[in-house]
Design a protein around this ligand. Structure first.
Ligand code: BES
Ligand code: MN
Ligand code: ZN
Length: 496
């Protein structure tokens, strides 16, 4: 989608197929005046605007056809809720609804206006909403004639002349972040027979070359050399080779400690010998969502040229079952040297992350943030509206929660107390890979904690948020890109 920021100074003659204006909850006449004044649209619109048709609930709307002239050909008066509640997420959803409206009237472009005094953050959020809403995963469908949906391709954010600087920088950031999340969604959406570990590595490498990131990809031999026995143990049950993908953005000074993002890149999780039930197993193509978000976030970090050193790490494997697959009861090693009794081969995410986190530790990072579709248990705890965040560092939790609130990809803390850690004691190895059903997300996080040493670290369990029904205006059923926006926001916040 092409995005740009335009001035409202000539709104009346601005040629656009669809102008979308917000209707906030207020007195009808005041509302109408407010709506028409800044954009100077009263001449073309006021006669055609029955106030009783103005709806203020987000998503409700009225379509108006202005008098003939060179200006907007359609004007959509789109509910925007209470002005006081019009936060960044409301701007994102508003723009998502605006794009859906363009789809339904079958126009390729639209212009939205959010009122005067628009901040860069609001311009960014609205642009994200539009770019996210326009995304679709079509690459594996034959184009069918007839009811092919239209792809909205142009989005303009109209701002008052004095808001142009903020508007332009926000629109640019929103474009970068929106495309990064959409890249993650495309990788997420590719099925297991396409998005294999080597495919993820190829896509990460191609992206890195395009955006000037350093990239290293390790295959079985290099992983052996790194003693990544836990990642290799998961991969040995499949014919597809594992990969460890490392992306580096060198935006800081040579000796600046990097921020490290780690994402679970499990390209299909059948459960291994502890095989999953057949129903819904196809969803496990999304078990590489953390990895996709890290690759997407690294693209945005490069495009925004963030003045920090940032490293993205994606351990990638399948979790299948063949005659060489690891078995319940097996005791495996790890890069960290700790031995692990595998009682359930379906708890494989923590195994591949263990080695990746151990590697991250070796980079002497300022902080490590990992994200993983790690446990079904987190869906029970928090549902689909927030990820769980785990960390021993309260400041880091605070930073991530704020980044989540701003980006609309929220997270909420759960504890890492030693009482839970005892559930992963093993009588025959250093650790067992499953701590039982009670507190399943917490014991999984406790397991990861064993592999980060003394580093500042946080873990996001995104099993409930990485993909879904697509209920929000800017989402669709399937891949959500979560937490690409959160990660980019957090990295940017560290640069401020
Ligand atoms: N990839 C799954 C977790 C998952 C569940 C992701 C639902 C998305 C939606 C993970 O590898 C897994 O299988 N976890 C097990 C752990 C259990 C065996 C301790 C789970 O949560 O059931
Ligand atoms: Mn699993
Ligand atoms: Zn998994």
């Amino acid at each position: 989608m092409n995005v740009r920021c335009v001035s409202s100074a000539d709104a009346i003659s601005h040629d656009t197929p669809l102008l979308v204006l917000p209707v906030h909850e207020s007195e009808e006449e005041a509302c109408k005046a407010e709506l028409l004044a800044p954009a100077g649209l009263s001449e073309v619109l006021s006669g055609a605007l029955p106030v009783e048709d103005l709806k203020h609930k987000l998503g409700e709307s009225a379509l108006v056809y202005p008098n003939e002239g060179g200006g907007p050909r359609r004007v959509l008066l789109l509910g925007a809720g209470k002005r006081s509640g019009f936060d960044l997420e409301a701007a994102r959803r508003f723009a998502g609804h605006a794009v859906r409206a363009a789809e339904s009237v079958e126009v390729l472009g639209l212009t939205t206006y959010l009122g005067s005094g628009v901040s860069a953050d609001a311009a960014q959020a609205a642009t994200e909403g539009a770019v996210l809403a326009a995304w679709r995963f079509t690459e594996m469908k034959n184009p069918d004639e007839g009811d092919a949906p239209i792809d909205v391709s142009d989005f303009e954010l109209m701002v008052d002349p004095e808001d142009l600087d903020a508007g332009e920088s926000g629109v640019r950031a929103g474009d970068v972040v929106g495309r990064a999340a959409n890249f993650a969604r495309t990788l997420q959406s590719r099925p297991g027979n396409v998005a294999t570990p080597s495919h993820l590595a190829d896509e990460a490498s191609r992206m890195a070359d395009e955006h000037g990131l350093d990239v290293t990809v390790m295959g079985p031999e290099e992983l052996e050399g790194e003693r990544m026995h836990a990642l290799l143990a998961v991969a040995q049950g499949s014919d597809e080779e594992p990969r460890l993908i490392v992306l580096c953005h060198n935006g800081g000074a040579d000796d600046d400690a990097p921020l490290v993002l780690v994402g679970k890149g499990l390209t299909f999780d059948a459960g291994g010998i502890s095989i999953k039930p057949a129903g819904g197993m196809e969803e496990m193509i999304f078990d590489m969502s953390g990895g996709a978000a890290v690759i997407g976030a690294m693209q945005a970090v490069a495009e925004l040229n963030i003045p920090l050193n940032v490293v993205g790490i994606v351990p990638s494997s399948e979790n299948l079952l063949n005659g060489r697959a690891m078995k319940p009861g097996d005791i495996i090693g790890s890069r960290e040297g700790k031995t692990i009794q595998v009682v359930n081969t379906d708890a494989e995410g923590r195994l591949i992350l263990a080695d990746a986190l151990s590697y991250a530790q070796g980079l002497d990072p300022a902080a490590i943030v990992d994200c993983a579709t790690l446990t079904g248990s987190v869906v029970i705890a928090l549902g689909h509206h927030a990820a769980a965040v785990f960390s021993t560092d309260e400041d880091l939790v605070d930073e991530l929660r704020k980044a989540g609130d701003r980006s609309g990809e929220r997270c909420w803390p759960l504890p890492l107390w030693d009482d839970y850690r005892r559930q992963i004691d093993s009588s025959v190895a250093d650790l067992v890979n499953v701590g039982g059903r009670p507190g399943g997300s917490i014991t999984a996080a406790c397991f990861l904690k064993e592999f980060v040493g003394e580093c500042r670290w946080a873990h996001l369990d995104i099993a409930g948020t990485a993909y879904g029904e697509g209920k929000l205006s800017y989402q669709r059923k399937g891949a959500a890109g979560f937490p690409t926006r959160l990660l980019v926001d957090w990295v940017r916040s560290r640069a401020r």
